[in-house]
Design a protein around this ligand. Structure first.
Ligand code: G
Ligand code: G
Ligand code: MN
Ligand code: NA
Length: 253
């Protein structure tokens, strides 16, 4: 009953599901997007957190079918929201192995087309370190996706060693500022300075700025425009079910 052997059957046994965390427009206070987060509830192992099973899924290659499933499920949900008159972008996390895979373009387009969603409502989140290990073909794929209208966001921005020149060369649309810079932004002058620098860099490159891990009203005050366009975090909502997201949207948030 190793995690690996259980993970092989997780999809066919319907043990995986998605939760969604709202991304909120700082100015209007409205939900404009959701980050899609994978969850696994196994009959023997119980709830296994992604930080435990994603590395196993990466090592075994299972992240490829699981990642395809995540993209399909996210697009299916996006379609349901669109049909209900709710316009909401879905942002899916991409692992290193998915990014390097030669089928990334086909897999992404397949999910988008299966539900006929607007490609502009689909976004990929890629960490700095994954992006820095790109190949020519993975960058070409990003460009093709970007040309279709798919968004590309750099996740955990500020924690890796990204060459700033890449921000210009790559088809990147948004920077998600890592929550380690937001955590103590109200007390630490350096953190505020870093957030301001990232934000002004992003703005001059015409990228959207999203603050992650916003937990308090005080933190949000420090992140009002022009620091950030959108924020995400426990202050507004933890990752939650699609139904709860629909309820929030329907009630006008
Ligand atoms: O809620 P949270 O514990 O979901 O996420 C923990 C980590 O797992 C985050 O770094 C997040 O990016 C990653 N993660 C969550 N869902 C997915 C997914 O569908 N695919 C990949 N590759 N990573 C994910
Ligand atoms: O690495 P990535 O940014 O994809 O992962 C998002 C992770 O951050 C998920 O595990 C999610 O549950 C978590 N998260 C989301 N909002 C908050 C928050 O306000 N505080 C903390 N500590 N974690 C958060
Ligand atoms: Mn993310
Ligand atoms: Na992040």
């Amino acid at each position: 009953l190793t995690m690996e052997s259980q993970l092989y059957h997780a999809l066919e046994r319907n043990e995986m599901f998605l939760v969604y965390q709202p991304r909120v427009d700082v100015k209007s206070g409205r939900i404009v997007a959701v980050e899609v987060l994978l969850r696994w509830n196994n009959k023997d192992l119980g709830f296994v957190p992604p930080i435990s099973f994603i590395p196993v899924a990466e090592d075994t290659g299972l992240i490829l079918p699981i990642g395809d499933w995540v993209m399909h499920e996210a697009c299916r949900q996006c379609r349901l929201w669109t049909d209900a008159g709710l316009t909401l972008k879905v942002a899916v996390n991409l692992s290193a192995r998915q990014f390097k895979n030669k089928n990334l373009l086909r897999a992404t387009v397949s999910a988008i087309n299966a539900y006929g969603i607007d490609p502009g409502l689909f976004e990929l989140e890629i960490t700095e370190s994954i992006l820095m290990n790109h190949t020519e073909s993975s960058v070409a794929t990003l460009r093709q996706l970007s040309d279709m209208g798919v968004g590309i966001a750099i996740d955990d921005f500020g924690t890796g060693y990204s060459s700033l020149a890449y921000l210009k060369r790559f088809p990147v649309h948004a920077l998600k500022i890592d929550r380690s810079f937001i955590n103590e932004i109200t007390q630490e002058a350096e953190d505020l300075a870093i957030v301001r620098a990232i934000s002004s860099l992003a703005r001059s490159l015409h990228l959207k700025v999203i603050a992650e891990g916003v937990e308090t009203e005080a933190q949000l005050q420090f992140l009002q425009y022009p620091e950030c366009d959108e924020y995400q975090g426990y202050l507004f909502s933890k990752p939650t079910t699609a139904e709860k997201i629909s309820d929030m949207l329907s009630s006008g948030i």
